[in-house]
Write a new protein. Sequence first.
Length: 296
Amino acid sequence: MKCALCREEIQGEPFKYKGKDYCCQACAFEASVRIGSMCGSSATVEAGMRYQRGLTEAREEIRMAQTIAIDGPVAVGKSSVGKSLAARLGYNFVDTGAMYRALTWKALQLGIDPNDERKVPELAGRMQLEIAPDSASTSGYRVLLDGRDVTSDIRAPAVEAAVSFVSRIPEVRRKLVARQREMAGRGKVVMVGRDIGTIVLPGADLKVFLTASPEQRAVRRYKELEQSGKVVDCESVLRELKARDTIDSTREDSPLKPAPDARTIDTSDLSLEQVVDRVYELARNAKCSSKRLPTE
């Protein structure tokens, strides 16, 4: 038995409409639109249009990137962009930098040298870390470390100055990357960091690399720290930022660099909303990857 519209062989129970058999609901509704248009049945035409709108929305969902990786240097706006984009898409948001800062804060609290390649990985392995969505927080999430809310603590200047030393330890990165991949495996996600597109999620549907000049990033970080009540000066912020850029881009394990297929966006002259709009458009036109997320 062949479909009355597309003439393909009907597999299974046919869809019936106006005494004819169709292979699928799409063909049945297409026929209803054609017949309705000829006989003037507005109800039939509207039913077909509703179905077509449903197909359009379904195709849009399929086309939308499901895993989005956003990388870039310190204070380029990754977290702000990622948080806003995730909210617009209804996705989970993961700031991997918060994980390294939380570990750094814990090490400093315990008097552990951030360069200690034995004690710091051990601490990473036993700490209980949770990043939970929180719309009331300026960051968009809460960081709970061993049951304590350290969301504000991990932004302290001492943590910012030491986090690059902690994050360049290979065993630390191995442990935290495993946690990050597990988070991404839970579903639709926007993940930000410095090695998401290259190491953590190389099979991400969309990879974005944000850039801006060191001076502009220093001003952004200065304002951020000032608003949180921390006393700093812009020159020292710029020096520390440049030092972190050097460490992050030259470390042997997972250096900061764009993935070969990443889309680079210079945020220097763009507002937050403009950057989010650009990434959103890239996400809308991305085709979901069939590649599986790495597990090792």
